[in-house]
Write a protein that binds this ligand. Sequence first.
Ligand SMILES: O=C(O)C1=C[C@@H](OP(=O)(O)O)[C@@H](O)[C@H](O)C1
Ligand SMILES: C=C(OP(=O)(O)O)C(=O)O
Length: 409
Amino acid sequence: MNKISINTSAAIPAASTINLSASKSESNRALIIQALSDEKINLNNLSDARDTQTMMRLLASKDKTWDVLDAGTTMRFLTAYLALTGKDQTITGSERMQQRPIKLLVDALRELGASIDYLKNDGYPPLKVSKITQQKTDSLKIQGNISSQYISALLMIAPMLPNGLTIELVGDVFSRPYIEMTLGLMQQFGVKNEWKENTIAIAPQKYTANSYTIESDWSGASYWLSMVSLSKSSKVNLTGLRENSYQGDIRIREIMHGLGLTTRFSGEEFLIEKKNSVSPMVIDFKTCPDLAQTVMVVATGLKSPISMTGLESLRIKETDRLAAMQTELAKFGATLVEETPGFWELEPPTELPEGPVTISTYEDHRMAMAFAPLAQKVPLIIEEPEVVNKSYPGFWEDCKKYGLDIKEA
Ligand SMILES: O=C(O)C1=C[C@@H](OP(=O)(O)O)[C@@H](O)[C@H](O)C1
Ligand SMILES: C=C(OP(=O)(O)O)C(=O)O
């Protein structure tokens, strides 16, 4: 097994500039839109994330079987894309992907007229997808509390359907900013929508020529806010972020202001500094589930209790992130408990261990990146560090540039 050790004794330079990876969420949407358009769409700064590289590779591939590996957006967006354009294709993914539900999307695409078979277990990939030859309905209802990716996948093919599509979102909607990002990017390429209360209507339209520069990844940025927060007094400047972002994970700014940071934009850079007053917080992650692991580690490192809601979808991501966090946080003496249904408490330790502490990463990039900043307080050994390639392949190089002392273990 590959492992790295991160030592606490490194002298961290006072300030560093980090060039983040671009957002895989924006990249994967822009690539689907580009593939669906007859006009010239120029995309700048596409992400080097494996999830995006996989999307690009598959969109260009003539293979009968497409393997998305562990990329959720690639799986969901390409399933809808194949239902519109495919030729009896099989789409599959990693062992974990075969445990991540896709039934709501398959049901919706079947209602539209696609013929889709489950090749192993009902409700889960792999799938055989045959395209919609005749659109059977122009309105769908879909539950919003499992994954917003199903809704984004349907929205992106909606303008290409002969009769367009109206989607009614039923019940609670989780990860709503990702739906807004989808509609925002569609708008960049000329596609209009009408969103009234719970209903989004898209008339038949074409994606038109335009250029778009993908923004840096705010989920990736979260590890740098955490890095500064768990440092003695470092400062970090991040490049390629926008104050007015399509990415809901920009919310990390506001959360971390409550956990002892100040941040500001200055020209092209986003500056992060420590200011040191930390107050106990209640945080709802319903709009930004990918930030939860980052913030749990910060609270543990700062020994500051937090209460949390909106964590439901963490169970069906790259791993069961709640179970994984309970196990790994316990190694630092922190407890993560569901006090009442949906309401979680993180009780930090009174003292952090001397370490080294070994972190298992559960084939989840965010387990590795969320814990790394804590190496400034407790020496760490991180298992399977290459998991970061899913969203941020340059993460460890950036950590070295920041000053962390990282070695193969
Ligand atoms: O649409 C997207 O780009 C994403 C949506 C979210 O998933 P869910 O909608 O399943 O919560 C998020 O966790 C994932 O990393 C990326
Ligand atoms: C959940 C994630 O990705 P996906 O669902 O696209 O695999 C993530 O990047 O944290």
